[in-house]
Design a protein around this ligand. Structure first.
Ligand code: SF4
Ligand code: SF4
Length: 353
């Protein structure tokens, strides 16, 4: 398909008026926004949970839509809502071993993984000097997967951009700032892509974000919003996501920014074993009925306002075109044959907190 326009876009969330609200009434704006997002998404979440349960009943466990691998647990930004910001950081420094990364990618290759892959969780991916090479490796090994990259853009030179972009399907640059302006290097990058047709097939979004914004409480860990309030809201995360920390542990989701949860170590288990483990199933079963059913999630007010809607819609849409079969299922639903009943009930992969 021919492209006649650059696809790079810059999003401000309501321009100067939205910016003013986020600066002066951040708490209220965030609460209203989260409620609105939840109302808009709840039905879709329920549909996906039902679809997940139906596939399970037919002997197919759907794979995650998004696998996030944190390769280094450090960030250079100071976003006040984020427990991983450079002023609030408490995690011991950790960088993923290359051998482990290759093992994970090999596992996904064997599964013909066709969901999204993110080499980032609560960190700045460009702080890892290996990131371009690791995306290249993942791109080569996983031709059906969609590569996502979120970055705060501060370390994004044109050289690093041109090296990594051939491997990326969707890039989101969060320009965190105190003012409604782009950082100089991001502005340069915007013009570079806009004027260079070679990158017009790439999906790149620059989001201008307020660095002191109040967002969600991140399960009680957000430095500027610690308060937890009991909630009956359902949560889709353990149906769509699996999150891997640099030391190889699989955690509950990206909101465990302090990396306290542990569903098993990928040095010892495969991703599938963990996704299919008793502990993970217990988590999914609990969150189907509301967050208060699960200790770590009780009081977490996170609602995804990002691209999970897109993943879920894509998965549901593919179901309509090609229904899952029993057993191994290599269609885009990314399902796989469920383990034995014994494995489902005996959780030996790890314990959650
Ligand atoms: S939100 Fe992202 S850029 Fe900001 S401190 Fe956290 S990890 Fe860093
Ligand atoms: S309720 Fe919060 S901590 Fe629990 S899975 Fe959902 S987003 Fe993660």
């Amino acid at each position: 398909m021919s492209q006649n326009r650059a696809k790079i876009r810059c999003v401000t969330y309501g321009g100067p008026a939205g910016w003013f609200l986020r600066k002066t009434m951040s708490g209220l704006t965030s609460r209203l926004y989260l409620e609105a997002q939840y109302c808009l998404r709840k039905r879709l979440y329920k549909r996906y949970m039902k679809h997940f349960a139906q596939a399970e009943a037919q002997g197919t466990l759907l794979m995650p839509c998004l696998i996030s691998i944190e390769t280094i647990n450090r960030c250079n930004s100071a976003c006040e809502f984020c427990p991983a910001n450079r002023n609030a950081e408490t995690r011991p420094f950790c960088r993923m071993e290359e051998e482990l990364f290759h093992k994970l990618i090999r596992e996904l290759k064997e599964l013909n993984y066709s969901g999204y892959l993110n080499l980032y969780v609560n960190n700045e991916p460009f702080m890892d000097t290996r990131i371009e090479e690791w995306y290249r490796y993942a791109r080569e090994q996983l031709p059906f997967a969609k590569m996502l990259l979120y970055t705060n853009g501060t370390l994004l030179t044109l050289e690093r951009f041109t090296k990594i972009i051939p491997c990326i399907d969707k890039m989101i640059i969060n320009n965190y700032s105190d003012t409604l302006k782009l950082h100089k290097n991001i502005c340069r990058l915007y013009k570079f892509v806009r004027d260079n047709k070679a990158y017009w097939d790439k999906d790149i979004t620059i989001q201008i974000r307020y660095i002191r914004e109040i967002l969600t409480n991140r399960a009680g860990t957000a430095p500027n919003k610690r308060k937890k309030k009991r909630s009956r809201k359902i949560c889709i995360m353990p149906f769509t996501d699996i999150t891997v920390y640099p030391d190889g542990r699989a955690g509950i989701c990206c909101n465990d920014a302090l990396e306290k949860t542990n569903y098993g170590n990928l040095h010892e288990h495969t991703l599938l074993e963990i996704w299919d483990s008793g502990a993970y199933r217990q988590l999914r079963n609990a969150l189907r009925f509301g967050r208060e059913q699960y200790p770590f999630c009780r009081g977490c007010d996170f609602v995804d306002a990002g691209i999970r809607n897109q993943f879920i819609k894509e998965a549901l849409c593919k179901r309509q075109r090609q229904p899952p079969e029993n057993g191994w299922n290599s269609n885009c639903l990314n399902g796989y044959k469920t383990s034995t009943e014994e494995n489902k009930t005996n959780d030996n992969t790890g314990k959650n907190s």
